[in-house]
Design a protein. Structure first.
Length: 237
């Protein structure tokens, strides 16, 4: 019995010893890496040169599309052009707003007696808005603009007539009464005193007061009435 137990202990010891030896064997026999397969700085550089930037789909990149970005900014900052040369006037894309702005501009010009600017603005506005005949509000705007245009035209014609009348050089020297009590006007350069309905230098005397004479003057097929006070010099007006 003792011999049998001793033999079993010896066999078990041999098995354990072989197991430890088998585990150590793989660590001792690791394969060596060839020198050519080792990573070097040169190999990393080569791989980096092969890398190509690919932007993420759907994400804008200002560096990648910088040229398009600058073009978009320029398009926003540049004024809108009409037919490539003329700037679109404020409110031109909104007929009602454009009509209101035009009326305001015409009123401002007329308050400054700038008839030419008022007429020019009215003509442009009428040409742009007269097609909106189906809109009742737009029809009113156009009618208002036309009314202002006519007023400005009349005022400009009157100023021109006044200048032409002043150019005649009429000067009332004095007022006198005839034996019948009728007033007569003494006009510089005229050989006799003149009464109502007498003509002088393309004008007709229509009224004689104590200190002035009223003349009727025709200009551009229109009739105007201008006063001239006693002693008043046309050049001083």
């Amino acid at each position: 019995m003792r011999s049998l137990a001793l033999l079993m202990c010896m066999a078990l010891t041999c098995l354990v010893t072989r197991g430890f030896a088998g585990d150590a064997a793989p660590n001792a026999e690791k394969p060596t890496v060839p020198a050519a397969a080792k990573s070097t700085a040169l190999s990393f550089l080569t791989e980096e040169e092969k890398w190509v930037f690919q932007p993420t789909p759907g994400r804008p990149d200002v560096f990648y599309d910088f040229e398009q970005y600058l073009m978009a900014v320029k398009a926003i900052q540049e004024p809108v052009q009409d037919q490539g040369t003329r700037k679109v006037e404020p409110g031109a894309d909104n007929p009602r707003e454009y009509a209101k702005q035009s009326i305001q501009h015409i009123e401002d010009a007329m308050s400054q007696r700038n008839w030419i600017e008022a007429i020019r603005t009215a003509d442009i506005a009428i040409r742009k808005l007269q097609a909106n005949t189906e809109d009742a509000e737009m029809v009113k705007f156009v009618a208002t603009i036309k009314g202002y245009r006519d007023q400005a035209q009349d005022a400009q014609t009157r100023d021109e007539a006044q200048a032409a009348f002043d150019g005649l050089g009429l000067k009332v020297v004095g007022i006198m009464w005839s034996e019948t009590g009728t007033r007569l006007a003494l006009i510089a350069g005229e050989p006799r005193a003149l009464g109502i309905n007498d003509r002088v230098k393309d004008c007709v005397i229509i009224n004689i007061d104590t200190d002035r004479v009223d003349f009727r003057y025709h200009f551009k097929r229109k009739r105007f009435e201008f006063p001239r006070y006693v002693g008043e010099d046309a050049k001083s007006k």
